[in-house]
Design a protein around this ligand. Structure first.
Ligand code: ATP
Ligand code: MG
Ligand code: FE
Length: 343
């Protein structure tokens, strides 16, 4: 089945054409980060306006690059939530317009379901597996039994890991979003230079907390402002990254052991982090489990990832709908293998 997918939940406008939920024919991502960087974070109203401007162009480009016309498309997938309500509504309206105009079924997909299933665009992956969704808005561990079967095992109680990366980067005077910049600096620094807390590591269960690590960095910077400058900055970045990576990796592997799962998917923007990738791949080898990271282009927000769930849902006999509302707040556990909406 050829699916046109549209993503607009935050600050990336993306459209993709994906064949059979596996083969990416195109995956165009138009990022707004340059605009939001001026304000040090995402401005929801600006995000919605940018999606409005970029959306139709990005869809046009995705069709063109895939070498197909709208008449070759068999279904439309769109991010239904969670995300910024204005941003979601723009993508949803565009997708509804296309689906109505072309007489196609429309499938609303959960953004985090998209992130978690992204590896299926690159390889086979058997259920069940453990999934760590680690991004700008989420740090959630799930047991994934199948398409539409997600059981929450733990989540952050405060900041998401990506949010902590971005806030620490901002404190250090780095540009927004700072996760990748911290990653690059950390590669040249000493991760043992500053002792930072490892929140929740000693707690039972699989919840996380990152605001304490962030506050510890802030306290250091208040006492020694020179730490935000070279040559100290690389050590600070490395120490912060080390603390986050240790907590994420230890909790994730402990959850896999407890759940007796031999496969772990780590997805979302922070899954690009080189420290996290190295640590988890090393632990996987030691413990005889398999850890799967999407390639970096499929870790960040993109539309192709939505087509995996949409294809599975339609092939499973779920109806496509013409109309449904955006769900800015939407726990993944509420997703089922069927879509819902107004026929
Ligand atoms: P969500 O998926 O929870 O709705 P989002 O869509 O805004 O949030 P993503 O686009 O999946 O989040 O990921 C963006 C986040 O990933 C940002 O916080 C960014 O700083 C972070 N990030 C990207 N690359 C890296 C990296 N190399 N190291 C650490 N963090 C990174
Ligand atoms: Mg983003
Ligand atoms: Fe995301």
């Amino acid at each position: 089945m050829r699916i046109l997918a549209i993503e607009s939940s935050c600050d990336e406008t993306s459209a993709a054409v994906v064949c059979d939920g596996r083969h990416i024919l195109s995956n165009i991502v138009s990022s707004q980060v340059d605009i939001h960087a001026l304000y040090g974070g995402v401005v929801p109203e600006l995000a919605a306006r940018q999606h409005l401007e970029a959306g139709p162009l990005v869809v046009e480009q995705a069709l063109q690059q895939a070498g197909v016309c709208l008449s070759d498309i068999e279904a439309v997938a769109v991010t239904q939530g969670p995300g910024l309500v204005g941003a979601l509504l723009v993508g949803l309206s565009l997708a509804k317009g296309i689906a109505w105009g072309a007489g196609l079924p429309l499938v609303g997909v959960h953004h985090i379901e998209g992130h978690i299933l992204a590896p299926l665009l690159e390889r086979d992956l058997a259920f069940p597996f453990l999934a760590l969704a680690v991004s700008g808005g989420h740090t959630h561990l799930y047991r994934v039994e199948g398409f539409g079967q997600y059981h929450l095992l733990g989540q952050t109680l405060d900041d998401a890991a990506g949010e902590a990366f971005d806030k620490v980067a901002k404190m250090c005077g780095l540009a927004y979003p700072g996760g990748a910049l911290i990653d690059r600096l950390a590669a040249q620094g000493d991760g043992c230079r500053f002792a930072l807390p490892r929140p929740m590591l000693q707690h039972e269960g699989f919840d996380f907390s990152f605001s304490g690590i962030k506050t510890a960095v802030l306290t250091l910077l208040k006492k020694q402002p020179e730490l935000a400058l070279p040559p100290h900055l690389a050590n600070l970045a490395a120490s912060f990254q080390e603390a986050v990576v240790e907590v994420l990796s230890k909790k994730t592997f402990a959850a896999a052991r407890q759940q007796r799962l031999e496969r772990i998917v780590i997805a979302g923007g922070v899954a690009c982090n080189s420290g996290l990738r190295q640590r988890c791949l090393a632990l996987a080898q030691q413990q005889g489990v398999e850890v799967v990271f999407p390639s970096p282009a499929l870790c960040g927000d993109n539309a192709a990832m939505l087509a995996v769930a949409a294809e599975a849902r339609l092939q499973g006999g779920a109806a496509g709908y013409r109309s449904f509302d955006a769900r800015p707040v939407w726990p993944l556990e509420q997703v089922t293998s069927r879509s819902s909406g107004t026929p």
